[in-house]
Design a protein around this ligand. Structure first.
Ligand SMILES: C[S@@+](CC[C@H](N)C(=O)[O-])C[C@H]1O[C@@H](n2cnc3c(N)ncnc32)[C@H](O)[C@@H]1O
Length: 358
C-alpha cells in the first residue's frame, strides 16, 4: 500500500500568491536523500526538467501533464493566459530531441490545451487527435453549487495526441513525396503502375489535401524504385534523403511514430476519478491525497502502450508522483522523469523503491 509512513511533515499553510498551489497535503521538512534515482530502466530526477532533458535518451513518447492554469501545484499559473509562456521552453526542448517517431500526449483542460496548441504547432508538433477523459458525475458530486457557477460542471480532462512532424528538405512528407515525383518528370498516373494498382496510389499518396495517406514502406520502395528506373536521369536519385541513394524501406518506416489502437477504445475515456488503493495518501492526515493531480495508471498505460514498443523511451517532464513512468515500467518501457518539488519527488520515488504495485 503506497501510504507514506514516517515522513517528517507539516500541514501546508495556504498562502495564496500568484503561483502557490492549492491543496498540497504535506511538505517535507527534510531534503530527499537523493536528487537522482535510477534502476537502469527508470530515471527520476529532482529539479527543473529543463535542466535534465539533455541527459535523457531520445524519446519515443512524451507524456506532458504540467501546468493547467488552476494553481494545481506550486508554480502552476492562476489562469490559462500564462500557459503558452509556461510551456514554451519545454516545447522547444522537446522539439530539439524529438524525432519522426515521437508521440506527445498533452494532458490539460480544454482551454489550457487551446492556448498551448499554437505553441506546439509552431515547434513542429502535428495535432492528431483530442481525447476526452470523462470522470463522470462522481467528480463533482457534492462539490459544485450548480445554482452559482453559471455554467455546466466540468467532469473532463483532455489528453491530446501529437506527433513530431517529420520533414525532409524542410518539407512535410506529403509535400516532399509530391515534389520528388514531379521532379522525376513522370506522369502522375504512372504512380499506379509503380505500385501495381489500378488508381489508388496517385490518389492516396500524392494528394495534396486531407485525403493524403502515408505510403506503407513496401509501397514507398516501389515508388522510389520506379522513379529512379524511369524518371529523368539528370535528376536522380529520387526519394533520397542524402542525395546519394533512395531511402530504404527501413529509413522510410522510421519516418513514422508507432500507433497500435487497442480493441474497442475510442476518444472518450470513461473512467472514474482516481481513488482506492492506487490513490497515494498521506498517513496521519485523514487519508488526504498526496498529490491533487495524480493520474490513473491504466490511462497512462493505455497511451504509452498504444504509442510505443517494448524497450522504447518515455519522458515524463512533469512527474508529480510519476504515474507515466510507473506505467512505463510496468509494461517494459524505459522512463526519464523530472519533478521540481522535493516532497512529490520523494513520494513518487517511493512507488519505485518499494516495488509498489501502484
Ligand atoms: C499536474 S502535476 C503531474 C501529476 C502526475 N501526472 C501524476 O500522475 O502524479 C505536475 C507536476 O509537475 C511539477 N513541475 C512543474 N514544473 C516543473 C518543471 N519545470 N520540472 C519538473 N517538474 C515540474 C509540479 O511540481 C507538479 O508536481
Amino acid at each position: 500500500m503506497p501510504e507514506i509512513e514516517n515522513m517528517l511533515v507539516e500541514q501546508q499553510k495556504n498562502t495564496p500568491t500568484s503561483t502557490v498551489g492549492r491543496g498540497k497535503a504535506i511538505t517535507l521538512t527534510s531534503t530527499p536523500p537523493t536528487n537522482h534515482w535510477t534502476d537502469g530502466n527508470v530515471m527520476l530526477c529532482l529539479g527543473d526538467s529543463l535542466d535534465h532533458y539533455k541527459n535523457w535518451s531520445v524519446p519515443n513518447v512524451i507524456v506532458s501533464d504540467g501546468a493547467y492554469g488552476i494553481l494545481g501545484f506550486e508554480g502552476d499559473t492562476s489562469d490559462h493566459s500564462d500557459l503558452p509562456s509556461w510551456y514554451e521552453p519545454h516545447v522547444r526542448a522537446w522539439s530539439e530531441q524529438a524525432t519522426a517517431q515521437t508521440t506527445l500526449w498533452f494532458w490539460n483542460s480544454e482551454i489550457g490545451w487551446a492556448v498551448v496548441h499554437p505553441v506546439l504547432e509552431r515547434y513542429g508538433w502535428r495535432y492528431v487527435n483530442a481525447n476526452v477523459w470523462n470522470k463522470g458525475k462522481a467528480h463533482v458530486a457534492g462539490n459544485v453549487n450548480t445554482a452559482k457557477i453559471r455554467r455546466f460542471p466540468v467532469v473532463t480532462e483532455m489528453c491530446v495526441q501529437y506527433v513530431f512532424e517529420p520533414r525532409i528538405d524542410n518539407l512535410t512528407l506529403q509535400r516532399w513525396l509530391y515534389r520528388e515525383w514531379k521532379r522525376s518528370g513522370l506522369a502522375m498516373r504512372k504512380a499506379n503502375e509503380a505500385c501495381g494498382v489500378v488508381d489508388a496510389a496517385t490518389r492516396k499518396y500524392f494528394d495534396q489535401g486531407h485525403l493524403w495517406y502515408y505510403p506503407p514502406p513496401e509501397m514507398f520502395v516501389k515508388i522510389a524504385q520506379y522513379a529512379n528506373d524511369h524518371g529523368m536521369p539528370e535528376g536522380r536519385p529520387y526519394f533520397s534523403k542524402n542525395g546519394i541513394r533512395p531511402m530504404s524501406l527501413e529509413e522510410w518506416a522510421a519516418m513514422r511514430s508507432t500507433f497500435n489502437c487497442p480493441m474497442g477504445v475510442n476518444n472518450v475515456w470513461e473512467r472514474n476519478p482516481l481513488k482506492g488503493q492506487e490513490r497515494i495518501k498521506v498517513s496521519g492526515l485523514n487519508g488526504k491525497a498526496a498529490h491533487l493531480n495524480q493520474k490513473p495508471l491504466d490511462l497512462m498505460r493505455m497511451i504509452i502502450e498504444a504509442s510505443s514498443d517494448e524497450g522504447d523511451v518515455v519522458w515524463e517532464p512533469f512527474g508529480g508522483l510519476f504515474s507515466a513512468s510507473k506505467a512505463a515500467k510496468l509494461i517494459g518501457r524505459k522512463a526519464f522523469a523530472g519533478e521540481i518539488d522535493p516532497t512529490y519527488f520523494q513520494i513518487g520515488l517511493n512507488r519505485f523503491q518499494n516495488n509498489e504495485l501502484f
